[in-house]
Design a binder for this molecule. Structure first.
Ligand code: DMJ
Length: 623
């Protein structure tokens, strides 16, 4: 009776010449040997493989090739089913293992910064590959993030400056805490009635104060508050609203605020939200000339102009204050459309004749013709001039067209609008069809800072002259503050009827926490280091503390000439975005948001200077 065996072929009936029993035993012995060799081999491989692959894939990026080769090597030695190739497999495993150990040893010998650099390089390579395949990360293409210098500062050496700077941070804390306590999520705060306030400029978009304050919180290193604001943006900031918004206001506060928060912190959420909002604004440019409407319904994409604006015109300071943000939107989304839209506006303007070289505030977007010939460096005109200069600066001084437009416009303003009062105060009047109105708005006071910022690029030998003019505007604006009862400036002041730098009309006597005068002090301080600018800024701080600070935040005032303040019950979002930021920077060192790396949008949101590829490479090499 045959001995039962586990292997079917051992009972093959053809093997008749040898004794069945001895033959089976020998066969069994050989088979056992082969089998145990095979099992030892597999066991050995189990010991080898996980160690090296874990080490490689978990810690170092170069792992994948080795790991892949080990499993499915190009020579096909991964087929462990053949006992004849055991030797080969063993040699291969050993070789890979040694190679991996060598690589690991090599990596371990590197300095941490070298390892970091390798990792970054690898990441960039992967992102670049996906970009070239048209693959998007988070819906947006990969862009390299590099924080520009001076995003945060350091304590000033001088103790009195330190104390003042700390005081301004405390003001920011009070404004922010009050907003979070009483109006969190609303656009603005009502500090007297302690509730939220919403202006129809933002339609039903919410959180203007949060977005406007983000970069100030960062610059003042209030990171806990910055994180709370970021969290709100992530979870609640919603642009899918069926409401009409002001393109200008939404652009300077929301797009500008988000862009700035992105460049300061590097957080992707801000880039994503900025581009998302930018895309929502694009339908506003669907006009025969491409000059955008002032108002846009974000859901329907239907636009229109303010009904009061000269025969359905668009406003110079509105369509002319998109450039900086839109250039950055193109850079961050790699969608050229944003830049094309604003460059087209410039083209339309350059085709038109300008009365006395001046830009009227009204332009019809259908006909492409000027509306009323009303010119102002204050409301309706102001930030258009500011953006010409800053477009040039933000382009790393390569946008020659913007440069020329700025200095030409400034020359026309000087010739036609800038005057000196009999008391020796320089002011910028308004121009209506060739006639001057000797009035200067609080808004116009930003021009002192603008002229100082542009002075060093002035053509001819005008640098000194423009600096002097900037200083004179700063002085006039300071006078408009010091000639009031509350030491805060009126909305507009006049140089006629025997008065100088004083508001004469009741509806021009209010102060709504505006930044322009302090903005000019900050620029003048940076360029001259004349202590009077810090003194003037400090006077404003004291007046704000005395007359605008309330238990529930900071409020505007209805009449700055009245002995006692009558509060308007609004804490404007630009108080946190601009007024407090400029005050803080006035008492900070110059390397905090340095001007050679950053340009402020008109809502004081710093945007980085865009370097040419070559320049960036050179800087990287230096670094
Ligand atoms: C801000 O929203 C901006 O500075 C804008 O350019 C003009 N007005 C306010 C502040 O006064």
């Amino acid at each position: 009776m045959p001995v039962p065996t586990l292997l079917p072929f051992t009972t093959t009936p053809s093997r008749k010449s040898a004794s069945q029993t001895s033959f089976r035993l020998t066969e069994k012995f050989i088979l056992l040997l082969v089998f145990s060799g095979f099992i030892t081999l597999c066991f050995g491989a189990i010991f080898f493989l996980p160690d090296s692959s874990k080490l490689l894939s978990g810690v170092f990026f170069h792992s994948s090739a080795v790991e892949t080769n080990t499993r499915t090597g190009p020579d096909g030695v991964g087929d462990l089913g053949s006992a004849g190739s055991d030797e080969k497999v063993l040699v291969k495993i050993k070789k890979d293992h040694e190679k991996a150990l060598l690589e690991a040893k090599d990596t371990l010998q590197k300095r941490p910064d070298e390892i970091k650099h390798d990792i970054l390089k690898e990441k960039e390579k992967i992102a670049q590959e996906s970009l070239s395949r048209g693959v998007k990360t988070n819906d947006l293409p990969y862009v390299e993030y590099r924080r520009p210098p001076g995003a945060t500062g350091h304590e000033p050496l001088d103790s009195s400056t330190r104390v003042k700077r700390a005081k301004i941070k405390e003001m920011m804390k009070h404004a922010w805490d009050s907003y979070t306590r009483y109006a969190w999520g609303s656009n603005e705060l009502r500090p007297v009635s302690k509730q939220g306030h919403s202006s129809n400029l933002f339609g039903s978009i919410k959180g203007a104060t949060i977005v406007d304050a983000l970069d100030t919180l960062y610059i003042m290193e209030m990171f806990e508050e910055f994180d709370a604001a970021t969290d709100w943006v992530e979870k609640n900031l919603d642009f899918n609203v069926n409401a009409e918004v002001s393109i200008f206001e939404v652009n300077i506060r929301f797009v500008g605020g988000l862009l700035s928060a992105y460049y300061l912190s590097g957080k992707e959420v801000f880039r994503r939200k900025a581009v998302e909002l930018g895309e929502k604004l694009l339908p506003a440019f669907k006009t025969p000339t491409g000059v955008p409407w002032a108002l846009l319904n974000l859901k329907s994409g239907i636009g229109r102009n303010w009904p009061w604006a000269s025969g359905g015109s668009s406003i110079l300071a509105e369509y002319g204050t998109l450039h900086l943000e839109f250039i950055h939107l193109s850079k961050l989304s790699q969608n050229p459309e944003f830049a094309q839209k604003v460059m087209n506006i410039r083209k339309v303007l350059n085709r038109l004749d300008k009365p006395q070289g001046l830009y009227p505030n009204y332009l019809n977007p259908n006909s492409g013709q000027w509306g009323q010939h009303h010119v102002s460096v204050g409301g309706l005109g102001d930030s258009f001039y500011e953006y010409l200069l800053k477009a040039w600066l933000m382009s790393d001084r390569t946008d020659e067209e913007a440069k020329k437009m700025y200095y030409d416009a400034l020359q026309a303003i000087e010739t036609n609008l800038i005057r000196k009062s009999s008391g020796g105060l320089t002011y910028i009047a308004e121009w209506k069809g060739g006639l001057l109105e000797h009035k200067m708005g609080h808004l116009t006071c930003f021009a002192g800072g603008m002229m100082a910022l542009g002075a060093d690029g002035a053509p001819g030998d005008k640098t000194g002259h423009q600096m002097e003019q900037a200083a004179e505007i700063a002085r006039t604006c300071h006078e408009s503050y010091s000639r009031t009862a509350l030491k805060l400036g009126p909305e507009a002041f006049r140089f006629d009827g025997g008065v100088e730098a004083i508001a004469t009309r009741q509806n021009e006597k209010y102060f709504i926490l505006r930044p322009e005068v302090i903005e000019t002090y900050m620029y003048m301080w940076r360029f001259t280091h004349d202590p009077k600018y810090r003194d003037w800024g400090w006077e404003a701080v004291q007046a704000l503390e005395q007359h605008c600070k309330m238990e529930g935040g900071y409020s505007g005032i209805r009449d700055v000439y009245a002995a006692k303040p009558n509060h308007d019950d609004v804490q404007q979002s630009f108080f946190l975005a601009e007024t407090l930021k400029y005050l803080y920077l006035l008492f900070s060192d110059d390397d905090h948001i340095p001007f050679d790396h950053w340009v402020f949008n008109t809502e004081a949101h710093p945007l980085p200077v865009i370097r040419s590829e070559r320049q960036t490479e050179q800087n990287n090499e230096v670094e």
